[in-house]
Design a protein around this ligand. Structure first.
Ligand SMILES: Nc1ncnc2c1ncn2[C@@H]1O[C@H](COP(=O)(O)OP(=O)(O)OP(=O)(O)O)[C@@H](O)[C@H]1O
Ligand SMILES: [Mg+2]
Length: 244
């Protein structure tokens, strides 16, 4: 499981996260909610090894995965331990085909031997990608590109899949397709740590969630509990959602 304790992080000398403590258990779907600039991407990128302290020992806190300290590992070694990120903005290679982009996800030694089975799993989850496997990614719709980004992370054979706003800018039908795929992936035994703007969707599938505001965890609870929470309804769902 993933266990973050007292995490402080930021960019250069500018702090973003302060005292963040949270956990994602094996087999869980956990949502991370928060307004723009709260530090959600910074948090996922710290776990993935993409945001690092400028000087060793400058920032406090620990990020443990199966009791291993992830802050001591380079990003590619974190993937090799079974932690994969679908980054904000997807970061695909537009001129390369769907299948080439997917295959790039299997370069971690843990994933290489199982890459054919993983590819079939991705094509079962997202049949439209199988039809378009030879198409350049830049010719796909935004929703299909997001499917490629999720598929590429799955190709690493993760035990923890982290996603940074996978539904951003997508039509409702495609949002549903992505979120349904996350439930199926979770049923395969993969823990899911999901940053989402689409709060009702995220909380409908998450077992638990955390609220991150101004770099601090200001609330946590079950999906249903957060959905009923007055602060969540006011801040994330708009005034019409607040019960009288
Ligand atoms: N590479 C960077 N260098 C310096 N500051 C950064 C960098 N990336 C983010 N920040 C700052 O860190 C803070 C948190 O940003 P972050 O992207 O983690 O927030 P977020 O919760 O993911 O927001 P959003 O919902 O807009 O994606 C913001 O004030 C942002 O301006
Ligand atoms: Mg972000």
């Amino acid at each position: 499981m993933l266990e973050i304790r007292g995490l402080e992080a930021g960019y250069g000398d500018v702090p973003v996260l302060s005292g963040v403590t949270l956990a994602v258990g094996a087999g869980e779907i956990v949502a991370l909610l928060g307004p723009n600039g709260a530090g959600k991407s910074t948090l996922l990128n710290c776990v993935a090894g993409l945001v690092r302290p400028p000087r060793r020992g400058r920032w406090a806190g620990t990020i443990r995965w199966d009791s291993q300290d992830l802050r001591a590992l380079d990003a590619h070694l974190i993937v090799q331990r079974g932690v994969a990120l679908v980054p904000e903005g997807r970061r695909l290679f537009g001129g390369m085909s769907v299948q080439e982009n997917l295959e790039l996800g299997a370069f971690a030694p843990r994933a290489w031997a199982g890459r054919r089975a993983a590819l079939e799993r991705v094509y079962t989850l997202f049949p439209v990608l199988a039809e378009r496997r030879r198409t350049a990614v830049q010719a796909l719709s935004g929703g299909q590109q997001q499917m490629v980004a999720v598929g590429r992370a799955l190709m690493a054979s993760p035990r923890l899949l982290m996603l940074d706003e996978p539904s951003l800018g997508l039509a409702p039908r495609l949002v549903a397709a992505i979120l349904e795929a996350l439930v199926a992936i979770n049923r395969d035994g993969v823990a899911v740590f999901l940053v989402e703007q689409n709060v009702p969707s995220a909380l409908s599938l998450a077992h638990r969630g955390y609220l991150l505001e101004g770099g601090r965890i200001v609330g946590e609870g079950s999906g249903a509990g957060l959905m009923a929470n007055e602060h969540v309804r006011r801040a994330y769902l708009g005034p019409l959602a607040v019960r009288r």
